[in-house]
Design a protein around this ligand. Sequence first.
Ligand SMILES: CC(C)(COP(=O)(O)OP(=O)(O)OC[C@H]1O[C@@H](n2cnc3c(N)ncnc32)[C@H](O)[C@@H]1OP(=O)(O)O)[C@@H](O)C(=O)NCCC(=O)NCCS
Length: 168
Amino acid sequence: MEIVKAVASEKNVPSNIQAVCHRMMLDDASKLRRVDCSGICLKSLDESHVDLVTRTWKFARNREVVGMIRNMARNFPSCCVLDAEGKPVSWILTYVSGAIGVLYTLPEHRGKGYAKVLISSMAKKFFGHGYPVFCFIEEENLVSYQLFKSMGFSEDPSYRATWSEFNF
Ligand SMILES: CC(C)(COP(=O)(O)OP(=O)(O)OC[C@H]1O[C@@H](n2cnc3c(N)ncnc32)[C@H](O)[C@@H]1OP(=O)(O)O)[C@@H](O)C(=O)NCCC(=O)NCCS
């Protein structure tokens, strides 16, 4: 990243590192923590939910990112928990890379086990199709790191992913 930043600066290209992330994998279906899904209504997201997802996602600051979320909601696996009125209160999507992410629970619904149910549901779906199960967690997001660890994921300590923006 130092080299990339130095080259950008030499060329007068504005650059910004948005996030430095751990990569966490669930390498074996038997390691997936069992969670109780009873009484929880799950559904896939669709395009009508793009606004809700982008409003609550801290990286959705420009049109490109909104377009990325729209593509994810339209074309890739996703899952959400619905409330009694059928509105999503917690959700997870899949990036083009195949990583699961953009996990979010509305603040008033946190601590009810929804994120655990969503991770479990997506992991089972991916394992069922023979796809790898992995995600990227920002280094400072300890709640999320602990959450994925408790679900059976482990970190590759030699790996970091960064999200950077140039010419923004
Ligand atoms: C991280 C997040 C998705 C968890 O959602 P949630 O539905 O509340 O999660 P759950 O109820 O399934 O709880 C999962 C774990 O999170 C932790 N947790 C949940 N609520 C917490 C709170 N208020 N304070 C600290 N830890 C908490 C607990 O470790 C819990 O596991 P445990 O019950 O086995 O102890 C939610 O806090 C959130 O949306 N945060 C902001 C966005 C974010 O960081 N997303 C993750 C990006 S990878």
